[in-house]
Design a binder for this molecule. Structure first.
Ligand SMILES: [Zn+2]
Length: 382
């Protein structure tokens, strides 16, 4: 199948995750596609959760290169066109659609590259669930497979640049308890909302020392905040927060999303910094809950000389991504940490990843395909 036609087909199969939709149907399409390739002798569905599966395929030889592709996309939100139609603007060379850029375009490039082979030696393919959500697919894969390929490639959109690292991901939620009193005498109480905000504003200064030469500064985003007057707890044990607004708020809860630039900064450090500050200011930190506590990934260019050479030969130049300015967390970090293998993301150009009206540059799909083909040729010579 031709690359744009295949990308359109992939876009037409929803693979976001909610109560009704999952990666199942998309995974089945990939499974059937791989079944038709004669050199892939082992193709397996690995159950992740419910009807959600990873697809793991190989040519039966010891893996030399692994392509790790996520099946899921984010949910469609705010689109002004149909996100599953795969609309094309020929003049601008753009293909629109949910996942067109992240990462169904890259998957289309990989699958069409595979069609040009009769035989490989050392090729392994992983199509996995839940990259945009809670990383269950990658975690499941790593539970079962202990492999040591020479290179792992994720077809994430990278503007045809070598994306060789990312900051980690810490997601924590917590409550700050203060002291209520009359709204007319704010100085008599301890305003939990203001205490929480002061704690969050105190963090950046303390995060300065967690800076990386390669990945830039660590950052912190206050991503949700709710506060008011505490009215006990509901049946599930969650605090009931009154929004009446006639008292000094004595409870505030928040979620923080931090992107550590070094793996030394983990949830434990964040807890210690916040707890020390809030205690000193007369507040109490409670129910500190860690949703994600993930480190960084970084593959040194010195480990990627062969990749550089292949990309340079194919495209005329090999550029590295400006990591402090671009890129976001990818669960390739998990595989990099566990298997300690050089990893890169490499894929097409495009925009609006994780946003409405996402698109991929059609010409860059062809270039991506050529790079994958030459990588497979080099790493899987029989
Ligand atoms: Zn992605």
């Amino acid at each position: 199948m031709e690359i744009v036609e295949l990308a359109k087909k992939l876009i037409s199969i929803p693979s976001y995750v909610d109560a009704k939709v999952s990666e199942k149907e998309f995974g089945n399409f990939i499974y059937d596609f791989l079944k038709k390739l004669p050199f892939l002798t082992k193709i397996k569905k690995q159950k992740v959760e419910g009807d959600r599966c990873n697809i793991v395929a190989s040519d039966g030889f010891k893996p030399e290169i692994l392509f790790a592709c996520h099946l899921d996309t984010v949910e469609p939100r705010g689109w002004s066109i149909n996100p599953f139609k795969g609309l094309i603007n020929r003049r601008k060379n753009k293909l629109y659609g949910l996942g067109s850029n992240d990462m169904k375009g890259g998957i289309a490039a990989l699958l069409t590259a595979l069609q040009d082979f009769q035989k490989t030696k050392g090729l392994m393919l992983l199509f996995y669930c839940d990259e945009e959500y809670n990383f269950k697919g990658m975690k499941k894969f790593l539970e079962e497979y202990k492999i040591s390929p020479k290179l792992i490639v994720a077809p994430e959109p990278s503007d045809l640049e070598i994306w060789n690292g990312c900051r980690g991901l810490l997601k924590v939620s917590f409550r700050v308890m203060g002291l209520t009193g009359s709204s007319s005498r704010p100085e008599k109480g301890k305003n939990a909302i203001l205490g929480l905000v002061a704690g969050v504003n105190y963090l950046p200064e303390r995060l300065k020392k967690y800076h990386s030469k390669y990945l830039g500064p660590s950052s912190c985003n206050l991503s949700s905040l709710l506060g008011g007057l505490s009215r006990g707890r509901d049946k599930a044990g969650f605090p009931i927060i009154s929004r009446r607004g006639d008292s000094i708020p004595d409870i505030a809860e928040a979620t923080l999303d931090l992107r550590p630039a070094t793996s030394v900064l983990r949830a434990k450090q964040v807890f210690q910094i916040l707890n020390k500050f809030l205690t000193r200011e007369g507040f109490k930190l409670e129910d500190f809950f860690v949703q994600h506590d993930l480190g960084v990934f970084y593959t040194k260019p010195s480990q990627l000389k062969l990749v550089e050479e292949i990309i340079k030969k194919t495209l005329g130049e090999a550029k590295y991504m400006d990591l402090p300015k671009k890129g976001s967390y990818t669960d390739i970090q998990l595989i990099n940490e566990k298997l300690d293998v050089p990893c890169i993301c490499f894929g097409p150009k495009g925009e609006n990843r994780h946003k409405a009206n996402e698109w991929v540059d059609i010409r860059s799909l062809e270039k991506t395909k050529e790079v994958y083909k030459n990588l497979i040729k080099k790493y899987c010579q029989s």
